[in-house]
Design a binder for this molecule. Structure first.
Ligand SMILES: [Zn+2]
Ligand SMILES: [Zn+2]
Length: 258
């Protein structure tokens, strides 16, 4: 399994995950043209994507979805709340996700995980390969857009081979930053986003010794700096050679789980 991001942050998110038998898109928060350009750089034609999974209806996760769905007929998967709130529930290729049931696409098993975030029915995803009997399964955890973490989240993200983890803001940068008070409260609330400190704390509760790739993601451009996020994470996960930062504009290049 390998994965690559076309962008990560409050201005747009899109992630490609592929295995020998499947290629899926997680979120479509960039407009169709930059999405096509980003995919072209990865040598991917939009029509070769087997399915699109959406975490929630905030525009940084669905901006290009309507145009993509209009032009290509690939199946879409999202929760009922996300489908209704994004106004796409009428589409013929819509499939409603249950938080309790995984979906199989080729040899990938996609498990939605409920997260506390201020959207209608948000989820994040844990993706595993269903390998031939001579290989071990691989597990990728995607975890952004959550204001706090729950026992269910800690349980769901154990033993990941790779994890994409939100480090949205630095507490003092948010406190002293340009956001109005109401937005500051929203971001740091239990239904907002994870701070660097919270992300490190969550990571300390996960089995992280075997993580091959740890991607610091969904970094706020106003309330955080990549260096601060990495510093917080390195206190728990000191393997800088296995760490990457997801950039708002360029995401990150292919990372392969060995
Ligand atoms: Zn977001
Ligand atoms: Zn969001």
């Amino acid at each position: 399994m390998r994965f690559s991001s076309l962008g990560s942050g409050s201005r747009g998110n899109a992630l490609i995950v592929e295995s020998s038998q499947a290629r899926i898109l997680i979120d479509c928060g960039v407009a169709l043209r930059p999405l096509r350009e980003g995919l072209a750089q990865l040598d991917i034609l939009p029509e070769s994507i087997d399915a699109v999974f959406i975490t929630h209806e905030h525009s940084d996760h669905i901006k290009g979805l309507k145009s993509l769905a209009r032009q290509y007929a690939m199946p879409l998967y999202m929760t009922h709340g996300t489908a209704i709130k994004s106004g796409l529930d009428h589409l013929p290729q819509m499939n409603i996700l249950s938080h309790f049931s995984p979906v199989v696409v080729g040899d990938l098993l996609i498990q939605p995980v409920t997260v506390p975030h201020d959207a209608r029915e948000p989820c994040q995803f844990v993706i595993s390969t269903q390998p031939a009997s001579d290989q071990a399964a691989k597990k990728l955890g995607i975890l952004t857009d959550l204001g706090s973490y729950t026992p269910h989240i800690i349980e769901s993200y154990q033993d990941c081979d790779a994890i994409i983890l939100e480090c949205n803001y630095d507490e003092s940068m948010l406190q002293n930053g340009p956001y109005p008070m109401s937005l500051k409260q929203r971001v740091k609330g239990d239904w907002g986003h994870l701070s660097n400190t919270q992300a490190a704390e969550l990571l300390s509760k996960l089995q992280h010794q075997n993580i091959q790739w740890l991607v610091v993601a969904h970094i706020s451009q106003k309330n955080n700096q990549a260096a601060l996020a990495c510093e917080a994470i390195k206190a728990i996960f000191p393997h800088h050679e296995r760490m990457r930062v997801a950039d708002q504009e360029s995401g990150f290049d292919w990372l392969e789980i060995a």
